[in-house]
Design a protein around this ligand. Structure first.
Ligand code: NAD
Length: 549
């Protein structure tokens, strides 16, 4: 059955209040064909990250949100609505738990067995928690990461450098634009031509080359001329990257965003795209072995570039872990991007703050962009990003914006948006959420918590406390997931979304949630022994009982 889902727009409620209307619109927005990678299968992004378990669950969630009162709470268990209880108006309207498994059972084969019985669903990070906003969601983080690479190695700009990476999916599609926004040249390997052409249509990728020779010609010319350019090439990363190494192409930066976190979502060398999903479904074990072998080849080539002096990092997809299982002993010789570039930001409670205009009107986002520039006039990199995004980002689904803000900043933005809704400056309420990839909301030893100073990488109490404190503080919906980003057994993470509907109550909730949520990032890093986090806590008044003696 083919169905097309699109969020309602405008100011007419289809649910009973704006809090539930917001959840309904964002749930539907995740499945908008402009937003979702495979909406017919309810898959939003990140391999098989879904918004609802099946279409019957989709209909039941829609029905329930449409009729839910302002003092009721819907419970969603891995994409299926399982209950609705009377709570109170400060409580979240939706509580979500996705893909969670008991430790010893937290493996892909067991997950898939349970999934095939219809008992669970993979929620990724923002797919099953209904706050995915298309590729822009990751664009800003990717832009900041490449800016950090530029600062660390290339004198503050990527001009005159060549970045080679792979994967032009929902998240990976942000890479070429993030590189060109930093004035660099990007060559992106993608096995599925449809994905590559889709990124050109949405202006994330400049062009697709005819073949590898053509691609090399285009990117080396642009690098020589210090001209920003992104080129896609159709091929398998496990074959093309070793070939680039053999041809001694001068590559400065290497990373990857194929869906390596799930061996069935990574295409092994020697298999045609058309045969991929059928083969993976019929022979998952054999496919997994081939996939890991290919990842070992892929990472082997990355190590080759590392040995030649390139800046090489894992971009949060578990590629190193899978390559190691495929026999690549040196897989962890290059770092993950969080310890390499992002952790100092996490110490300040900085992370991906995002919002979407429920009106569907791009003018509302333009007004919030102006408000952000007024609110944080001293923050130059924020201003540069907001201007670039306004110029170059094509919206997918409901218009939305993302930027990174820290502790002491996020609540100011939230309160300002709420006032703008109240005064009519915005034509309808706004939702404010974030990725689960944030400073205090995730335990993920191959990514966000890799190499923590005190060795606490795998301690997963933090994301659970994060979900609890957001629930206690008045978030509109809160979620706890397992396995997002890096796959089964490798992460536990939490999300929250608030709704700025212009009411006083919403303002009070927003102030608490958007203070306490990034506050978790600060205290998590204080506890792990980071001095910068301790300074931030002391300067900005975050209470840390163990420091109060
Ligand atoms: P996606 O499934 O939408 O896209 C993956 C792309 O990789 C697809 O287009 C696929 O055709 C391509 N691909 C697969 N195998 C390939 C191969 N061997 N050679 C060339 N292309 C290949 O996934 P996504 O949403 O883009 O996410 C990519 C990865 O990044 C996931 O593992 C995800 O968990 C991870 N991720 C990272 C971050 C971060 O901040 N760094 C955030 C979210 C997700």
């Amino acid at each position: 059955m083919s169905r097309t889902v699109r969020a309602a727009r405008g100011t007419t409620l289809t649910a009973r209040n704006w809090q539930t209307e917001a959840a309904l619109r964002m749930f539907h927005n995740n499945l908008d064909p402009e937003v979702a990678e495979r909406p017919q299968d309810l898959v939003v992004y990140g391999g098989t990250g879904k918004a609802a378990r099946d279409w019957a669950s989709f209909d039941a969630i829609t029905r329930c949100l449409t009729t839910l009162d302002a003092d009721e709470t819907l419970l969603v268990q891995s994409g299926r609505p399982v209950g609705a209880f009377r709570t109170h108006e400060w409580a979240p309207r939706v509580l979500i738990a996705n893909s969670n498994l008991v430790g010893d059972w937290a493996t892909w084969p067991e997950f898939r067995r349970l999934e095939s019985l219809g008992l669970t669903m993979y929620g990724q990070m923002t797919a099953g928690s209904w706050i995915y906003i298309g590729t822009q969601g990751i664009l800003q983080g990717t832009y900041e990461t490449f800016a950090a690479v530029a600062r660390k190695r290339f004198g503050g700009t990527l001009a005159g450098t060549l970045t080679v990476t792979a994967g032009l999916g929902g998240m990976g599609g942000a890479q070429p634009l993030a590189v060109t926004m930093n004035d660099g040249v990007a060559l992106v390997i993608e096995c599925d031509p449809e994905r590559a052409h889709r990124r050109v249509e949405t202006r994330y990728l400049d062009e697709v080359a005819d073949d590898l020779d053509d691609a090399i010609r285009r990117v080396t010319a642009a690098k020589r001329e210090r001209r920003a350019l992104s080129v896609g090439v159709i091929g398998n990363a496990a074959e093309v990257l070793p070939e680039l190494l053999r041809r001694e192409v001068e590559v400065d930066i290497v990373t990857d965003q194929t869906s390596a976190h799930d061996p069935l979502a990574y295409l092994p060398a020697g298999i045609a795209v058309e045969d991929w999903h059928d083969y993976a479904a019929k022979k998952p074990d054999e496919f997994t072995d081939r996939s890991r072998e290919s990842m070992a080849e892929h990472v082997g080539a990355m190590l080759g570039f590392l040995d030649r002096g390139a800046e090489v990092f894992d971009y949060g997809n578990s590629l190193r872990g899978e390559a190691k299982l495929g026999g690549c002993e040196r897989a962890f010789d290059f770092p993950g991007f969080v310890p390499a570039y992002i952790r100092p930001l996490f110490c300040e409670g900085q992370g991906p703050f995002r919002w979407a205009a429920l009106s569907g009107n791009p003018d509302d986002i333009a007004a919030t962009d102006r408000a952000m520039l007024e609110l944080f006039p001293e923050n130059e990199s924020l201003a540069r990003w907001i201007r670039l995004a306004g110029d170059r980002v094509a919206y997918q689904g409901l218009p939305a914006r993302i930027c990174w803000l820290g502790y002491g900043e996020r609540h100011l933005a939230g309160l300002r948006f709420n006032e703008m809704v109240a005064s009519g400056e915005l034509s309808a309420p706004v939702v404010i959420g974030r990725d689960h990839l944030d400073s205090g909301s995730v335990a993920s030893p191959y990514r966000e918590t890799e190499g923590m100073a005190d060795g606490s990488d795998a301690i997963a109490d933090w994301p659970l406390l994060n979900a609890l404190v957001n629930t206690a503080s008045g978030a509109s919906w809160v979620s706890i997931h397992h396995g997002g980003g890096v796959g089964m057994g490798r992460s536990i993470h939490a999300g929250q979304v608030c709704v700025a509907d212009g009411s006083e109550l919403a303002g009070a909730k927003i102030e608490r949630v958007l203070t306490n949520d990034p506050g978790m990032g600060v205290i998590r890093h204080v506890d792990a022994g980071y001095e910068r986090a301790a300074d931030v806590a002391a300067e900005r008044g975050v209470r840390v009982p163990m420091k109060e003696a």
